[in-house]
Design a protein around this ligand. Structure first.
Ligand SMILES: Nc1ncnc2c1ncn2[C@@H]1O[C@H](COP(=O)(O)OP(=O)(O)OP(=O)(O)O)[C@@H](O)[C@H]1O
Length: 497
């Protein structure tokens, strides 16, 4: 058996304080399972499910039956601070609970041997466990269903264009952004999945390329889906984007970027993002509106789209007021145009990591802070933010639930047509508009390969009126959807796909 230290214990609460008074299980209270249960291939023989155990409301409840022996179960439990539920905090790797595969971290404990543990303190649950001999039955609500894995697709797939698919009729076509339920990953070349939102939503499963296969394609020079390998360029310094931006690239900088691009070779090539795990999150009336982040290469039209959204519905959309250390001008007001700060205060904000992005321009600091974003969100407005994707990490959490829109340039022919009158002019006299367009497209490809897994929506900004309509409809749709598909990373970091 394991040592008592690896048995079931109460977990410390926030701030290191124990959530329950002292260790939950003393040595005589350890949950134990029979040695036979500890086999990895153990198939539990579940007792018949009591008639009243599963009503329609509780279809996610699971009955788990284990047999106690001398060995500790190897699990810890705690009381969840917000819901008050008793949850499994930790499963010790290699322990009987882990090997049984039946109980998982985050599972909510509802009953032990038919006795409800709801509204009980962890120490009140002790006697229930101590009394259990031999078979011990748990009623639990799994943290997430082991059988359900949902992914958002990050590329388009049409089996009709795919010569490698073993059977075109057995495949599932999808477009970037579709949510699929992956039902089998047994084959590491072709996974099985079904689309959600098709009619009754639980149609037949079909084949989709596995992540491994898609990555293999990315490296192969012959497959029709081979995306152009994109090189990793050094990250642009954070800040100094959009309104804070310095001049455009000089021809020297452009040359340097090009030579880096061509010399990067195999080592610089990245795999394109494939699938990202998502979890359904039912919308609740008290949910705040999601932060909307627009990203895209310089000059693509992020500011233009943001401006149009603000004008279209000023009560609904707002922007974070930036901070600066420059002098206030006569027509400017504190808290409207900028928050004016001393250099000392600004630097304190930097140290306290309050900035999502900051930089200097003509000797003054400029920055966008988390506080500004929170203020707009607290007004129940949709906060529109534009940052370099490398700075998304500061807001990529359940607190902000950012809806990240990638504004992508169209093909160069369309850029030539649509940008004829735009003031998209390089500071560098020697460069032609075509070179600017190529740079924009290159920068977009780099962004997409480095950060594409964070982009929930891609809008191609060819005709600006069309792009704006599409963006506005998408943002309005966000609030109508009963269920939102949020990255698993926000809800349960260890699930990150
Ligand atoms: N689809 C479009 N068709 C024509 N002109 C456009 C389109 N989108 C944007 N523009 C114009 O292109 C110019 C650059 O756009 P904008 O300032 O929005 O770029 P940006 O993505 O914010 O880039 P930067 O970071 O360089 O400011 C502006 O004059 C804008 O009006």
């Amino acid at each position: 058996g394991s040592s008592p230290q690896t048995g079931a214990m109460s977990e410390p609460g926030p701030g290191g304080r124990p959530a329950a008074a002292g260790p939950l299980f003393t040595s005589q209270h350890f949950l134990c399972v029979h040695d036979a249960v500890a086999q990895r291939d153990f198939e539990p023989v579940l007792p018949p499910v009591p008639d009243d155990a599963l009503d329609e409301e509780e279809d996610s409840v699971k009955i788990v039956s284990l047999v106690k022996t001398k060995e500790p179960l190897g699990a810890t439990i705690k009381k969840d601070k917000s819901s008050g539920a008793i949850v499994v905090a930790r499963i010790m790797r290699g322990g009987p609970a882990d090997k049984s595969g039946l109980i998982h971290e985050g599972d909510e404990l509802k009953e032990v041997n038919g006795v409800s543990v709801e509204h009980r303190k962890p120490k009140e649950i002790l006697p229930l466990l101590a009394r259990s001999e031999g078979e011990i039955k748990f009623k639990i609500v799994p943290a997430f269903s082991q059988e359900e894995l949902f992914v958002r697709t990050l590329f388009d797939y049409d089996p009709l264009d795919d010569p490698a698919i073993p059977c075109k009729d057995a495949a599932v076509a999808f477009q970037r952004g579709d949510v699929l339920e992956v039902v089998s990953m047994e084959d590491d070349t072709w996974w099985q999945a079904r689309r959600l939102g098709d009619g009754d939503g639980d149609g037949r499963a079909g084949l989709i390329p596995s992540r491994q296969l898609h990555e293999r394609w990315a490296r192969s020079p012959v497959h029709p889906f081979t995306p152009r390998p994109v090189t990793v360029r050094p990250e642009r310094s954070p800040g100094l984007r959009r309104s804070f931006r310095l001049g455009r690239k000089s021809s020297l900088a452009r040359e340097a970027a090009r030579s880096r691009r061509w010399s990067a070779g195999v080592h610089g090539a990245m795999c394109p993002p494939t699938y990202v795990e998502v979890i359904p999150h039912p919308r609740e009336p008290r949910d705040r509106r999601r932060l909307v982040v627009l990203v895209g290469p310089g000059g693509v039209g992020v500011s233009e789209l943001k401006r149009r959204l603000l004008v279209s519905d000023p009560d609904r959309y707002g922007v974070a007021v930036p901070y600066t250390t420059r002098e206030r001008r006569r027509h400017e007001s504190e808290g409207v145009d900028y928050h004016f700060l001393s250099v000392h205060s600004f630097e304190e904000h930097i140290l306290n990591q309050r900035f999502i992005e900051y930089g200097t321009y003509r000797g003054h600091y400029y920055g966008t802070s988390l506080d500004s974003v929170q203020r707009v969100m607290a007004e129940d407005k949709v906060c529109l933010l534009d940052v370099h994707p490398s700075n998304l990490k500061h807001v990529y959490s359940a607190e902000f639930k950012p809806f990240v829109v990638f504004v992508k340039p169209p093909r160069i022919e369309e850029l030539r047509l649509t940008r004829r009158r735009a003031k998209f002019v390089c500071d560098d006299e020697e460069s032609s508009p075509d070179e600017d367009f190529e740079d924009m497209i290159d920068e977009a490809e780099t962004m997409e390969s480095q950060f594409g897994q964070l982009f929930e929506k891609v809008i191609v900004n060819g005709d600006v009126a069309t792009a704006f309509r599409e963006l506005r409809a998408e943002l309005e749709g966000l609030e109508d959807a009963a269920v939102q598909w949020l990255p698993a990373q926000w809800i349960c970091p260890s699930l990150y796909f």
